[in-house]
Ligand binder design. Structure first.
Ligand SMILES: CC(C)(COP(=O)(O)OP(=O)(O)OC[C@H]1O[C@@H](n2cnc3c(N)ncnc32)[C@H](O)[C@@H]1OP(=O)(O)O)[C@@H](O)C(=O)NCCC(=O)NCCS
Length: 162
C-alpha cells in the first residue's frame, strides 16, 4: 500500500559548485562528465528523499548541453521530482552558470533521470505517489507522463521489429 502523496518541494534539492581547474577540459570550460556527475548526485538525492530508500540510476534521458561553463564560475544545480511510476521516479535537473563578479547567469544544461527505489534485498520497491501543486509542477508531471508513454511505444515497436 502506498503512503500519503508527497509534493515535489518535499524532496527538491539545490547544490552549488565552483569550477576549479580539475573540473575543466582543454578549452578551460567544464568537462561534460563532471556536469553529468553533479546532475546524477543531485537527482539521486531527490529520489532518495522522496522514497526514503536507497535508489539506483536506471536511465538518463535527454541531457542537453546548452552552453559551456567557464573556469571560476559558480554553478547552481536544481533538481526536483517530476513524476513517479510504481517503483521508478523521474527527476528533472537544471544547471545554471553564474559569473560571480557580475551576477550574470544562464541555463547551461538540462536533463531527466529515472531512478528506481530498492528494498533491503536490492529489489525494486513501490514509492510514495507524487502530488504536483504549482502550475509548473503540474506541467512537468504531464510532460514526464507523456515521455514515459512515448518511450514505452518506441520500446515496444523496436521489440516487435527485432
Ligand atoms: C534499475 C534496476 C533496479 C531495474 O531492475 P528490473 O529488474 O529491470 O526491474 P523492473 O523491470 O521491475 O523495473 C522497475 C522499474 O524500473 C523501470 N525501469 C527499468 N529500466 C528502465 C530504463 N532503462 N529506463 C526507464 N525505466 C526503467 C521500470 O519501468 C519499472 O518502473 P515502474 O515500477 O515505475 O513501472 C536494474 O536494472 C539495475 O539494478 N540496474 C543497474 C543500476 C545501476 O547500477 N545504476 C548505476 C549506479 S547507481
Amino acid at each position: 500500500m502506498k503512503s500519503n502523496p508527497k509534493t515535489p518541494s518535499d524532496s527538491s534539492v539545490e547544490m552549488r559548485e565552483m569550477v576549479m581547474p580539475n573540473h575543466t577540459n582543454p578549452q578551460n570550460t567544464v568537462f561534460g562528465g563532471t556536469v553529468m556527475s553533479w546532475i546524477d548526485v543531485a537527482a539521486a538525492m531527490v529520489a532518495a528523499r522522496h522514497c526514503g530508500r536507497p535508489v539506483v540510476t536506471a536511465h538518463i534521458d535527454d541531457i542537453d548541453f546548452i552552453a559551456p561553463i567557464k573556469m571560476g564560475y559558480h554553478v547552481l544545480i536544481q533538481a526536483s521530482l517530476n513524476y513517479v511510476g510504481r517503483t521508478s521516479m523521474i527527476v528533472g535537473v537544471k544547471v545554471t552558470s553564474e559569473n560571480p563578479y557580475t551576477g550574470e547567469s544562464r541555463t547551461t544544461t538540462k536533463a531527466y533521470l529515472t531512478f528506481v527505489a530498492l528494498d533491503d534485498l536490492g529489489r525494486p520497491v513501490e514509492v510514495p505517489s507524487l502530488s504536483p501543486v504549482s502550475e509548473d509542477e503540474k506541467r512537468r508531471f504531464e510532460n514526464a507522463k507523456k515521455r514515459v508513454s512515448m518511450k514505452k511505444t518506441v520500446r515496444d515497436s523496436l521489440r516487435q521489429k527485432s
